[in-house]
Design a protein around this ligand. Structure first.
Ligand code: HAM
Length: 413
């Protein structure tokens, strides 16, 4: 049997891993700048946690969850998303005593989707949430943080913010009712996929990719007819704020998002450079969800971005490798080598050695890795207590005492 990874999963190394780590660094720095604290949750949770909030009719719950029975018959699920586990963790650990709670996380999610470019069964998300505020400034801040992070990671890529509002939960219930009525009346014009959604999830028909659904949706009732004045004001304030921050956006009144818990503000950052998996980041408000999960009745809003998708748009990352290679010509000089290794570590100068007592092989490795310096440790160096330092770009070589090495490397780098 040929050893291979499970379909839809991938190993991370080399460039992809450099990119992943760079993303993590940038996300962490923006989280700190905007005072979001990290929250890590387990990879698996009780299945119940996901079922209701995500919508028992949603694709994620119906087809995509990795669910298994534990030996004691507990039903467990690998987390398909971060929002519900974060809420669970905030409730379980009494973190909601001090509001608002601003939190972020980075980690793997699991969905049994059909793998394709930009769509995996194990993928990584960046996730930001604010629990306990219904101020429009919270929505604006989250979108601004998302925009800053994307601009920092992929400054040369084109992406555009799509926004919409779904109104309050009550408005949404009425709207869904009328939407169901409209689609039922025009059932024969819908794709067969959408026919199945009329009663269970009519909102999803609005963002269907089938031509016939798009055509019919053009004449469907619009959520905007159902908005209260305060919802309109909330939405207008966000748009004004986006203009103030110079964040370009399009209003997309067909944007509904895939999970059931959304209401009010929803948004996505989309790109044309990734084919059909074109959403880099998506989120919105989920007022009512925290209460539904057993917490206090407080509002919430957040977003998640797919690291793999963002990573595909990143430019090459230079990783220079070790600054210094060692070339040790014989075992007899190991003690002299140990001294310099200790010194390099103490001075935070990265080093590499190939464990070969062979000058030629060590030099050729250093050349192939495009290292700046090689420290040679041979008979003369050992007997006379110095180190030969070769600068690879011009081939010059110097005899140095251990205490001269740091400033020499700093000067010549
Ligand atoms: P989502 O739209 O399901 O939202 O996922 C967010 C992002 O995760 C997507 O825009 C995409 O970049 C990435 N993603 C999703 N599925 C896959 C996949 N199979 N392979 C690769 N990347 C994927 C949520 O998960 C919500 N929890 C977001 C949120 C947070 N809403 C409020 N707070």
């Amino acid at each position: 049997m040929k050893l291979q990874s499970v379909r839809g999963t991938h190993d991370l190394f080399g460039q992809d891993l450099f990119k992943f780590n760079e993303i993590r660094k940038i996300v962490t720095s923006y989280a700190e700048l905007n005072s979001y604290s990290e929250l890590q949750t387990p990879i698996f949770e009780f299945t119940e946690l996901f079922k209701k909030p995500l919508g028992e009719q949603s694709d994620v719950v119906l087809k995509e969850m990795y669910t298994f029975k534990d030996r004691n018959e507990d039903l467990l699920t690998l987390r398909p998303e971060f929002t519900t586990p974060m809420i669970r963790a905030a409730i379980s650990n009494n973190l909601l005593n001090n509001l608002p709670l601003k939190t972020y996380g980075i980690g793997p999610m699991f969905r049994r989707e059909r793998p394709q470019k930009g769509r995996y069964r194990q993928f990584n998300q960046i996730n930001f949430e604010i629990f306990g505020s219904n101020e429009f400034m919270a929505d604006l801040e989250l979108i601004m943080v998302a925009n800053n992070i994307l601009n920092k990671i992929i400054p040369n890529s084109e992406f555009i913010l799509n926004i919409n509002t779904l109104g309050t939960r009550e408005n949404l219930i009425l709207y869904k009712h009328n939407l169901t009525k409209y689609f039922n009346e025009n059932k024969n014009k819908l794709s067969s996929d959408s026919k199945d959604k009329i009663n269970s999830n009519p909102l999803r028909i609005l963002d269907s990719k089938y031509e016939e659904d798009i055509e019919l949706s053009k004449f469907a009732p619009s959520i905007h007819e159902y908005l209260s004045n305060s919802e309109k004001e909330h939405y207008d304030n966000i748009k004004k704020g986006l203009n103030f921050y110079n964040i370009s956006f399009v209003e997309n009144n067909k944007l509904v998002r895939g999970l059931d818990y959304y209401c009010s503000t929803v948004f996505e950052f989309k790109t044309n450079n990734l084919g059909s998996q074109d959403t880099l980041l998506g989120g919105g408000r989920y007022d009512g969800l925290i209460g539904k999960l057993g917490g206090p009745d407080i509002p919430g809003i957040g977003w998640a971005a797919g690291i793999e998708r963002i990573s595909m748009l990143m430019t090459h990352i230079n990783n220079d490798g070790a600054k210094v290679h060692l070339a040790i010509t014989s075992k007899e000089y190991n003690s002299h080598a140990q001294k310099i290794i200790n010194f390099l570590i103490d001075n935070k100068i990265s080093y590499y050695w190939n464990y070969k007592y062979n000058l030629k092989k060590s030099m050729s490795k250093a050349n192939s890795k495009k290292t700046n310096f090689v420290i040679i440790i041979g008979e003369d160096e050992f007997n006379n207590n110095f180190y030969s330092l070769k600068k690879l770009d011009d081939g010059s070589q110097y005899k140095l005492k251990i205490n001269e090495i740091k400033s020499f490397i700093n000067d010549k780098s």
